[in-house]
Design a protein. Structure first.
Length: 160
């Protein structure tokens, strides 16, 4: 009887610990949620605004880049963080995100894309979001075309 009680207590303790443990995907998603609001800064030498909004009952985050009209959507897919980037080039790269051990950056790597006939066609291949503090962060987007890459850097600060 005592052994059964201890086993039950141990099982409940382990279950509670597992329930409290947060996946890296969830940590990444929560980090992106903290960006909700409007951001301004310089993007490749041009002023621009980025807005983050929680949508679909909190199951997705929408990033709207007003300077070029592009949208990115972030969602959880089991234990993965996915981003779909609706690019001005007319394709939609999907990337898998991973948070750094210190939580200060999220790196997205190309998974696949819709409306991309060939990998030689121009598309976003990689992105890194680096968090300086609650009101400052940067984005580095890697564009790939014909085997050549170009990085687009944006420094942003919170406006509201």
């Amino acid at each position: 009887m005592k052994i059964a009680r201890y086993a039950l207590l141990l099982g409940l303790t382990l279950a509670a610990g597992c329930a409290l443990a947060q996946s890296d995907a969830q940590k990444s998603f929560d980090r992106l949620k903290s960006l909700s609001g409007t951001w301004a800064g310089e993007m490749n030498g041009q002023p621009g605004t980025v807005t983050y909004k929680l949508v679909s009952g909190g199951s997705a985050i929408m990033e709207d880049m007003s300077h070029d009209g592009m949208i990115s959507m972030f969602t959880l897919d089991g234990d993965r963080l996915l981003m779909t980037h609706y690019c001005g080039a007319g394709n939609q790269p999907r990337m898998v995100g991973a948070i750094s051990p210190d939580g200060k950056s999220i790196t997205f790597d190309f998974l696949d894309a819709t409306n991309l006939a060939s990998p030689q066609i121009g598309h976003m291949q990689h992105a890194v979001f680096t968090f300086a503090d609650a009101d400052h962060y940067s984005e580095d987007w890697t564009w790939t075309k014909d085997g050549q890459t170009q990085v687009h850097h944006m420094d942003l600060h919170r406006t509201r």
